[in-house]
Design a protein around this ligand. Sequence first.
Ligand code: BES
Ligand code: ZN
Length: 629
Amino acid sequence: MTVNQVHGIPRPGRSPEADPSTLSNYANFQITSTNLNFVINFTSKTVSGDVTFQLTAVASTESIVLDTSYLDVHAVSVNDVAQEFTIGERTGALGSPLVISRACAVDEEISVHLVFVTTSRCTALQFLEKSATDGKKFPYLFSQSEAIHSRSLFPCFDTPALKSPYTMSVTSSLPAVMSGLPQGDGENTETVGEKVYRFTQPVPIPSYLVALASGDIQKLPVGPRSHVYCESPNLKRCQHEFDGDVEKFLEAAEKIVFGYEWKQYDVLILPTAFPYGGMEVPNVTFATPTIVTGDKSNVDVVAHELAHSWAGNLVTNCSWEHFWLNEGWCVYLERRILAEVHGDAVRDFMAIIGWYDLANAIKAMGESATRFSCLVQDLKDGSDPDDAFSVVPYEKGSTLLYYIETLLGKQKFDPFIPFYFNKFKYKSLDTYQFLDTLYDFFSDDHEVLDQINWDSWLYAPGMPPVKPDFDTTLADQCYQLAARWHTAIVEGAKFTELFSLDDLKVLDGNQSVVFLETLIAFNKQDGFVWAHHRDALEALDEIYGPKYSHETNAEVLSRWYFLQVGGHNHKFYEKLGRWLGTVGRMKFVRPGYVTLNKVDHDMAVKYFLEFESGYHPICQAMVRKDLAL
Ligand code: BES
Ligand code: ZN
């Protein structure tokens, strides 16, 4: 019996389901290996290169179709014979298909070689001027390809459904890293001052994991199989932040799943403009500099990216419609790692934060929640996967796995984790294969699994149908302090008699986030409006300002500003505006401008225009939308 017959869940005729976000004919091929060579030109702000795919046709086909986007392709050859090709019309975010009219018979092995150069419209690259780096002495380049930006960096089958091992190189006047294991320290080239840096990636990876960065990058060890890379002036500070913790996380993950297969696990701290918290580039996680706080309070981001070494990088979603298999599983593992290192209460505390993040995000979606708050996405109309991106796959996905774990019992569920990751390693799968594997593995427990309202979990918009019983110990301390403030404000009590800086002694960074979020959430509940309680905001500043106004933890500092500015405390408008010039992570930049915009549109626009050139192109576009520019 298949799961769909038991539950009446509609599913496609074949699994893994076809990827609607590629224009390539990837389903006709397997890739045996890929050789990819980049040359960085910091003056023209382009990357040129060539790529060779060793392909085996798994179905006969009249042509080879690859993805490109705003990319100049100069030459194509198949088995060393020059080949005609055409670049088709652009189809929105999906880009332009590159069609090579070369028939392939089943089982035929061919080698396809392409020569290309990126254009100024490349969405995967950000070139930074010297002034936008920390050291201010050298330019910098980084790439960010997830979900479908690889096609603007090199012609490829840009789908997570197809994987290949790689050999890679990048020629640059500055040190460079790529998504693989470095081979030596860089060889001199004929061009003065340039070196070629070589990498291998023996584990098959999809195109979206290919990445490069180059700048004044140096590394120091932070564990037996780990380094931190960053701009040279920051080396000591970054080493201190991560020293020891990375290995702890790796060992915890290995206990939960199985041995780390990629050998080396390094972290690259990027310049401010990096738009995400982190990106799971194989062997070298790319991370925002906001996690280098000086007190290790944000190293948990590393637990997430490292968990992708299993969830996402070894076992991959077959299309962006099944993105929760990457991110939901990853958050689930991340919190299991945190439980190993910091205890179960921390795991549940993070899950509670996630639950409220999810509720806030779905509320903020408005009308579009009908579509974007479903766990399994529908991108068959050619929509941009970036538009469907939200916390839903992260939090609904991880909550589903948590719920399955609690229904079966942790003891029973745990062996499923290595089984699943082993079964699908080096492969890409859809939600239905996950379900079948779950039902097969727990063949004696179908009654338990059938309690799960799959239809609702997978396809219904809104919050999950069930909220698991989370341990609220750590969250309660935050709620209680917030509730005391609420009462004091409503009753008009004297704040300095009731509260002191010591209140914060028992709260760690994440708890401060929850405390501040709870305060923010009082707004417009039961007639409470922060803007009517400016005295309370002033008192909060007087009592807690000595700590919160000097926060190095951006998670805390951002909420502190959002509370004060959201409550119309003018004193904080300029502070928030200026702070937005020091961060590039979209998680902070976007709500920052939105908050400022609500109280002072002109000031929000003024600061945005001042800092815009320092933001990543994707971030620029998002904030422009947010501010209706
Ligand atoms: N893979 C994501 C980042 C991503 C997703 C980039 C989709 C582009 C498109 C990464 O693993 C991630 O989830 N990063 C989070 C941090 C994490 C601690 C939840 C982020 O950037 O906020
Ligand atoms: Zn992730």
